[in-house]
Design a protein around this ligand. Structure first.
Ligand code: PLP
Ligand code: SF4
Length: 383
């Protein structure tokens, strides 16, 4: 028999394009869709921000007190997702300074994950046996107010100069136990395509390197950066994993969908690392919606991070209970693919520790008492 195949795919149509605020109404499409334009027109001052949203007193005061230490930088694209009138808009909370940033609790740390201590050479954090974190730039298109590396991100004195890059590559080359490199920053996509390709090509030439990942938020904050030529460049160095950072369903626009599609079509595997943030996503319904959208964008939820004990982000931190409730509300109730690992990156450099709701009620010898997602009890007997 003949099968009549209907080829219409409407998934992209379920994602909405970012609205265009007044000040950019007359910008030509070709400029708006150009990442260089987006990068050049980033909002860095209160004056420009006031033209896009109704800034409140707390935001204004926080900007004045904080921007010299940790810059404000917001792409027009990301700013267009902000609610003009609601200071608690999840996009605003992540990108506009807030009074909470100025508070530092006594147990908070400048470098909570002791990344600098575990650096055999500047720019390489070697904590786990077989993989390293490679710091390649201090720049990002949007400076996230909850950034755990505020101590160096946005600070030109921490820029990864070519000498540091070479030393890092030499370290990786000399250490045969490394099989996985997390290319990080800042945002590694703030490097030019040429500089990134140089890093990838050097790593790919090493027999002991199996995989690398690009840890980037550009899919969220500057999706225009993912050009066809960039995606094709990556395809030469497969397997390439892209680890991104969506925190809220509002960030899942058609622009983001297209950027993910370009990477996925080029063969990249995309994972999401959400940070649990008070007022942004500490709600099971929001995380469920986010993860469903991510799967439609071919992005697999990978981690939910408990917010680190970094200085100036205590207003974002939630009880651990919030994270447990989210996992409990996902596991079993939705596709396992939509259930990430919830982890606390241990202060002091202990690494990521998984936190799970308790599904094991106990065991006596070979009898295991378990509960399922609905709370019903079951027993499993070992042979
Ligand atoms: C998070 C992290 C990694 C990668 O950890 P995975 O659990 O493999 O994703 C590697 N090195 C450092 C220093 C990290 O913080
Ligand atoms: S993109 Fe990542 S490194 Fe850059 S400011 Fe945001 S959280 Fe920090």
């Amino acid at each position: 028999m003949a099968f009549n195949i209907v080829t219409k795919n409407n998934v992209r149509d379920r994602f909405k394009s970012a609205p265009r605020p007044g000040i950019w109404k007359d910008v030509e499409e070709k400029d708006w869709n150009n990442w260089v334009w987006q990068q050049q027109k980033r909002i860095k001052s209160m004056d420009t921000l006031e033209k896009v949203i109704n800034v409140d007193a707390d935001e204004r005061a926080a900007f004045a007190a904080s921007h010299e230490q940790f810059n404000m930088g917001i792409t027009p694209y990301y700013a267009s997702l902000m609610d003009k009138d609601d200071p608690n808009c999840p996009i605003r909370l992540q990108s506009v300074p807030k009074g909470g940033e100025l508070k530092v609790l006594s147990d908070e740390l400048e470098d909570p994950l002791a990344e600098e201590r575990d650096m055999p050479v500047p720019g390489i954090t070697h904590r786990y046996p077989d993989r390293v974190l490679f710091y390649t730039t201090h720049n990002c298109p949007v400076y996230c107010r909850h950034c755990t590396r505020k101590r160096k991100v946005s600070d030109p004195s921490s820029s990864a100069a070519n000498k540091q890059l070479e030393d890092g590559l030499a370290y990786i080359e000399a250490h045969q136990e490394i099989r996985d490199v997390v290319i990080s920053g800042g945002d590694p996509l703030s490097n030019s395509d040429e500089r990134l390709e140089y890093i990838l090509s050097r790593l790919r030439a090493l027999e002991h390197i199996q995989v690398f990942r690009l840890g980037t938020r550009n899919l969220v904050t500057l999706p225009q950066r993912i050009t066809d030529s960039f995606a094709q460049m990556l395809a030469k160095y497969h397997p390439v994993f892209v680890h991104t950072h969506f925190n809220h369903p509002k960030e899942c626009t058609q622009e983001a969908f297209d950027a993910c599609a370009r990477l996925a079509n080029a063969g990249c595997i995309i994972n999401n690392q959400m940070v649990l943030l008070k007022g942004v996503n500490n709600d099971p319904k929001i995380v469920m919606e986010l993860n469903h959208k991510l799967l439609m964008m071919r992005v697999r939820p990978y981690y939910i991070f408990q917010c680190d004990m970094s200085q100036g982000i205590s207003h974002f931190r939630t009880p651990v209970e919030d994270g447990l409730k989210i996992i409990q509300a996902l596991r079993g109730w939705t596709s396992g693919m939509a259930v990430p690992h919830y982890v606390i990156d241990a202060p002091g450099g202990g690494g990521k520790i998984p936190i799970l709701p308790n599904y094991v009620l106990g065991h006596e010898g070979k009898k295991w008492k378990l509960r399922n997602y609905k709370g019903l009890e079951f027993e499993y007997n070992e042979p």
